[in-house]
Every structure is written in structure tokens, then in C-alpha cells.
Design a binder for this molecule. Structure first.
Ligand code: HEC
Length: 175
């Protein structure tokens, strides 16, 4: 009897704790994944970027004296691997440290919206190049805190949410 009463008092607090932990776990996750629509990004990339960066985004095409770089997520420079920075490069033509990119890279502000740029970034995040797979040094460092562990993190978060739900239901059944 006493132990049941104890659990009744603890359940809501435990639920709050678990939910709090889930929120804390999700904060870096949401900043790692730019919000956007990869399918829309693919269409925008095909219309605005393939002429220089190539249909597969692997770059290598000469534009004046510059060469359009590989912009697939695995191959983009580590310092650049941040959705906000790539979005800025697309809209304002600024490099990872805020300096101007070669004039050969168009400034898309006015032509593309911030949402368009975010959608392109999400599309690029889904593209992997073979070179990076062969070079472990090129693995993501910034903007992707979970890296290859992302599926595990998601499964754990789902489990915690289910547990929290079950404990909520249990506590409301007793009330
Ligand atoms: C007219 C050719 C051209 C078009 C069109 C173009 N780019 Fe570029 N882009 C370049 C060149 C050249 C550079 C390299 C600039 C430099 O080296 O400073 C570049 C650089 C970039 C960078 C910086 C990456 C890095 O590693 O330096 C990103 C990101 C990028 N482009 C994305 C895009 C996207 C997305 C589009 C379409 C919305 C696009 N570009 C359209 C030519 C182009």
C-alpha cells in the first residue's frame, strides 16, 4: 500500500524528468538538421546550380578562373558544414568565415528565399561523395554532433518517449 502511494506521488515527477531529458537530447538534434524539404531543394538545385556544380553536385566545373566546388555534404569543407553557413553562401556569396566567395558564385538573395536556400541545404545534406567515405579525416565535425550515431539517438529518444507515455497513462489511471 505504502509503495503504491509512493509511486503515485513519484510518477508525475518522473515523467517530467524524462520529458526534460528528451527535450535536452533534441536541442542539438534540431540544430544539426536544417528544417526543410529535400525534394523542393532538389528541384531548386537542378534549376539554379547544376550548370556549375554539376547534376550530382560534385563540382569540378570551371567558371572563369574559379572552379565550382563539390557541395555534397560529405565533401564540403568541415568549416563549412553548417546549414546556416551554406545557406548564407547561397544567398549572399559569403564563405565560411564571412569573406566574399569568388564572383563566379552568384548571389541568390532576391532570386531565392531563405526557405529555398534551406531546402537546397537539406537536399545537399542527403548527398554523399565517394571521396569522403575513403578519407576518415573528412568525417563531419561541426553541425552534425551525432554523425553516424544519429539512428541510435533517434531510437533511444523514441524509447524514452514511449516510457514517458506509459508512465503518464499509469499515473492518470490511478488518479
Ligand atoms: C555560375 C556558376 C555557379 C552557379 C550557377 C552556382 N555556383 Fe556555387 N559556386 C560557384 C563557384 C565558382 C564557387 C567557388 C567560389 C570560390 O571559390 O570562392 C561556388 C561556391 C559555392 C559554395 C561554397 C562552397 C565551398 O566549399 O566553397 C556553395 C555552398 C555553393 N557554391 C552552392 C551553390 C548553390 C546551392 C547554387 C545554386 C543555388 C550555386 N552554388 C550556383 C559557381 C556557381
Amino acid at each position: 500500500m505504502t509503495s503504491i502511494e509512493l509511486r503515485d506521488h513519484r510518477a508525475p515527477r518522473l515523467t517530467a524528468l524524462v520529458l526534460g531529458l528528451v527535450l535536452v537530447a533534441l536541442v542539438p538534434l534540431s540544430s544539426a538538421l536544417a528544417a526543410g524539404d529535400a525534394a523542393a531543394g532538389k528541384t531548386l538545385f537542378a534549376a539554379n546550380c547544376v550548370s556549375c556544380h554539376g547534376a550530382d553536385a560534385a563540382g569540378g566545373i570551371k567558371v572563369g578562373s574559379a572552379t565550382a566546388p563539390d557541395v555534397r555534404w560529405t565533401n564540403i569543407g568541415d568549416d563549412f558544414k553548417d546549414p546556416a553557413l551554406v545557406s548564407r553562401a547561397i544567398l549572399q556569396g559569403l564563405d565560411e568565415s564571412g569573406g566574399p566567395l569568388d564572383a563566379a558564385m552568384p548571389r541568390f538573395a532576391g532570386k531565392l528565399s531563405a526557405t529555398d536556400a534551406d531546402n537546397i541545404v537539406v537536399y545537399l545534406q542527403g548527398l554523399a561523395g565517394p571521396a569522403a567515405a575513403a578519407a576518415p579525416g573528412a568525417l563531419p565535425k561541426t553541425g552534425d554532433p551525432f554523425g553516424a550515431n544519429l539512428p541510435i539517438v533517434l531510437v533511444l529518444a523514441a524509447g524514452v518517449v514511449l516510457l514517458a507515455g506509459a508512465s503518464l497513462r499509469r499515473s492518470s489511471n490511478r488518479a
